[in-house]
Design a protein around this ligand. Sequence first.
Ligand SMILES: [Zn+2]
Length: 61
Amino acid sequence: MAKKQSFADKANKKSQVSICPICQSEISHIKLVMAKKVNNSWRMANKPVGVCKCNEAEIYG
Ligand SMILES: [Zn+2]
C-alpha cells in the first residue's frame, strides 16, 4: 500500500496541477482576453490567469 501511495504522489507532481490553498479546488489556467483602450483605439490583450472557486464568478461573470 505504501508503495502505491508514493507512486500516486509522484504522478501528482508530474501533472503539475495546482490546488488553491483557500478553496482547495483545482486551479485551471486560462487566457483572459481583455480589451484595452489605448490612444483612442481598442487593443486586445491576452492575460494568463489562474481560475479557481475563489474568482471564477468574477472571471466568467
Ligand atoms: Zn481558490
